[in-house]
Design a protein around this ligand. Structure first.
Ligand code: FRU
Length: 520
């Protein structure tokens, strides 16, 4: 037994030293030069956030402070596949143009830095603030690979770090971890919010197949308060989020609990889901049968919302990771791997007795729109070109609901690669077919026609709002009720689009904007 403990301590020590050496090297990393060729490489997103180089996954610690939107993210600076996690960091004044900052959090002797959130500690409840200013406090999971290998179940726990210079430097709390592991292997991704009614901090934490809520008055001492899950459902939950939102057009307030699900998404693999319900400071109540999808496409995981958006703005703004764990590590990019969704505003609508979140691109997009083209409305019996010679675009098309034929918008390029977005009036589904969209053979789970059941709200007309970038498409159909995000890897960007003609395709209104690159 004693020998075992000694071996473990030695291993731990070696690990600490290795990590510290690595940390030293990394602290000297400068933000990249944005004019480098990396940003012009094939498939590099031109108006979506991607790391300058190497691997990223979940967005973390989304928070607004002093005119800056912060985007921290799961980052492995030494490779383009997942590895010991750090928090990468970028800031933006408009959610569109991002400045890369040095790495915010490095692994330490307690482990890697997994997903989590950031709050602005108004009133300095933690005591971390200096000079009367509110500190920024990051709450994150530490994943200890040494403990994991040793066979323990307690290798994930929650730690905190604070910053008094708007996230430019963080200091880890000396008594970490603040939430030790109670014996649950998957115990991670804390999202912390201030609950004004009970005047305390709430942490929602993914604990394998459910979420657990904790309360605190100072961000350091946490007490378990309640939990929420689906009886009999043993899928792995990750990256929860919890926030109140007003129902559109009324004063009713509901709470949204977001959880990302590691298996069994509508089109396979990973996706972000939500519940609509109520929260009393201790626990969340909703009908668990009513789990809904925030995005039906294959590539929006770990979507979470911004904290501290000023009250006079009042929006709920969310960003997700544009990939799927089924193939995230093998997608054909070299320098960088993975990008974020376009930032979205989430709104809650009541339809009959039910509630649905709608997603739409944030209004800031208007500042990168140019060369608006109005498409003449009318019956489209022959294929009609609506995009020619540009590859970054927003398309907004409303059609009369078809009777028997599918409405299709086809994106293509000079290499005969193409991708189709359509509405099928027989199956009542929106579909994205990326089977012919360039390189798809790196994973069996990648190619295919992916769809969303659009039968629960049958709008009068069929509406496609589409954002297309060099390796992603985002469809916000029927004013954002049905959202699909999909990535693709073509030999050259899609620089053409056409509406396919048939006797059912009646365009009521059509607009196309070219979008500006946000890196130059
Ligand atoms: C979700 C996730 C989180 C975890 C992180 C590790 O994609 O698995 O649960 O904190 O990624 O990088």
């Amino acid at each position: 037994m004693k020998i075992k403990i000694k071996i473990c301590s030695c291993l731990l020590l070696v690990c600490i030293v290795l990590i510290q050496c690595k940390q030293k090297g990394k602290e000297e990393t400068n933000p990249p030069d944005l004019d480098t060729a990396e940003y012009l490489e094939l498939c590099r997103p031109q108006y979506h956030f991607s790391p300058p180089a190497h691997w990223m996954n979940d967005p973390n610690g989304l928070v607004y402070k002093d005119g800056e939107y912060h985007l921290f993210y799961q980052f492995y600076p030494d490779s383009n596949v997942w590895g010991p996690m750090h928090w990468g960091h970028a800031v933006s004044k408009d959610l569109l143009h991002w400045s890369h900052l040095p790495i915010a959090l490095f692994p330490d002797s307690l482990g890697y830095i997994f997903s989590g959130s950031v709050v602005i500690d108004h009133g300095n409840t933690s005591g971390f603030g200096i000079d009367g200013k509110d500190p920024m406090v990051a709450i994150f999971t530490q994943h200890n690979p040494v403990l994991e290998k040793s066979g323990s179940d307690k290798f994930q726990y929650q730690s905190i770090a604070y910053s008094n210079d708007n996230g430019r430097s963080f200091h880890k709390y000396k008594n970490n971890p603040v939430v030790p592991n109670p014996g649950i292997r998957d115990f991670r991704d804390p999202k912390v919010i201030w609950h004004a009614v009970t005047k305390q901090w709430i942490m929602v934490l993914a604990a394998y197949d459910k979420v657990i809520f904790y309360n605190s008055t100072d961000l350091k001492e946490w007490k378990r308060a309640g939990e929420f899950g689906i009886v009999g459902d043993t899928r792995l939950w990750e990256c929860p989020d919890l926030f109140p939102v007003k129902v559109e057009g009324s004063n009713e307030e509901k709470w949204i609990l977001i959880t990302s699900i590691q298996k069994g998404a509508p089109n396979g693999g990973t996706a972000t889901s939500y519940f609509v319900g109520d929260f009393d400071g201790k626990t969340f109540t909703s009908d668990p049968a009513h789990q809904k999808w925030l995005d039906y496409g294959k590539d929006n995981y770990a979507m979470v919302t911004y904290s501290d958006i000023p009250a006079d703005d009042g929006r709920v703004v969310a960003i997700g990771w544009m990939s799927n764990w089924q193939y995230a590590q093998v997608v054909p990019t070299e320098v960088w791997r993975s990008a974020c969704t376009f930032p979205r505003e989430l709104r809650l609508d009541k339809v009959g007795d039910d509630y649905f979140l709608r997603s739409l691109p944030v209004r800031e997009i208007a500042s990168i729109e140019k060369n608006k083209l109005d498409i003449k409305p009318g019956m489209i019996t022959q294929n009609l070109r609506i995009m020619n010679d540009f590859s970054l675009a927003k398309l907004d098309m409303t059609f009369k609901r078809p009777i028997a034929n599918t409405i299709t918008i086809r994106f293509s390029n000079s290499m005969n690669e193409y991708m189709e977005v359509s509405y099928n009036p027989i199956s009542l589904k929106y579909e994205i077919d990326r089977s012919h969209a360039g390189n798809t053979d790196f994973s069996d789970d990648f190619p295919g026609i992916h769809s969303t059941d659009a039968s629960f709200i049958e709008s009068e007309n069929i509406h496609f709002l589409i954002l297309i970038d060099h390796s992603s498409i985002e469809l916000f159909a029927d004013n954002g009720f049905y959202t699909m995000t999909e990535i693709f890897f073509t030999s050259v960007p899609f620089d053409r689009a056409e509406i396919l003609g048939n006797e059912d395709t009646n365009l009521l209104q059509g607009m196309v904007w070219e979008l500006k690159n946000t890196w130059r």
